[in-house]
Design a protein around this ligand. Structure first.
Ligand SMILES: CC(C)(COP(=O)(O)OP(=O)(O)OC[C@H]1O[C@@H](n2cnc3c(N)ncnc32)[C@H](O)[C@@H]1OP(=O)(O)O)[C@@H](O)C(=O)NCCC(=O)NCCS
Length: 177
């Protein structure tokens, strides 16, 4: 499998994967909005190819920590794998490659709102109890779905912040199921 950064030329591939994986145009619309949103930059958009076919897509965009503007942070949203390629490691490889590239860029914290059982395998842990508030309050029953990865001991306990995402993501509909 080949994983490569996607840009304008591959946008249609990314949107097709998102639409097929989610069975809706909502996430494809979000990807399109975020890639055109200056407040989301820098962003990292990766596509996974199998035999020249786009089979997975992941997007990371910049977020800010209200009280600690110097800390580089990103959010993972969305992640999508074509239905016929799911459960074959495509999503995992995209997450791991994305996290590797972000670390190279000095990104210290990565947030996600997603399945705890899935993202915990990459080192994500519940973010609320560590003092990182989501842009909108997450209902108590879903609290574990708001996660952060790799808060170093130096950051943990010092930084208590509400995360501010790109304008395109600061919409309540993306934070409530
Ligand atoms: C969720 C998704 C991205 C996972 O990608 P994938 O390539 O299918 O997953 P991988 O092959 O990397 O990992 C497979 C493992 O993830 C687990 N997994 C898959 N979907 C899961 C889910 N919704 N919740 C919890 N675990 C899940 C599988 O059970 C499997 O576990 P195992 O390794 O213990 O057997 C993919 O199924 C998908 O695109 N789903 C539809 C869109 C979506 O829900 N995106 C996630 C938004 S947070």
């Amino acid at each position: 499998m080949l994983i490569q950064e996607s840009n304008e030329d591959e946008l249609a591939d990314a949107l097709a994967v998102e639409a097929a994986a989610f069975g809706s145009d909502v996430e494809a619309g979000l990807v399109s909005d975020l890639l055109n949103d200056p407040s989301a930059q820098p962003s990292l958009s990766l596509l996974a190819y199998e035999n020249d076919e786009a089979v997975g897509h992941i997007l990371f965009t910049t977020v800010h920590l209200g009280s600690a503007a110097s800390i580089k942070a990103a959010i993972l949203a969305p992640l999508a794998v074509m239905p016929e390629y799911q459960n074959q490691g495509v999503g995992s490889q995209l997450v791991e490659e994305g996290l590797r590239r972000l670390a190279e860029e000095g990104v210290e914290l990565v947030f996600v709102l997603g399945y705890p059982e899935y993202y915990s395998r990459f080192g994500f842990q519940p973010a609320g109890v560590l003092g990182f508030d989501a842009p909108y309050p997450i209902p108590e029953k879903d609290a574990d779905a708001w996660m952060v990865r790799a808060p170093s001991p130096g950051i943990q306990g010092i930084v208590k912040a509400r995360i501010v995402c790109a304008d395109s993501l600061m919409k309540p509909e993306y934070w409530f199921e």
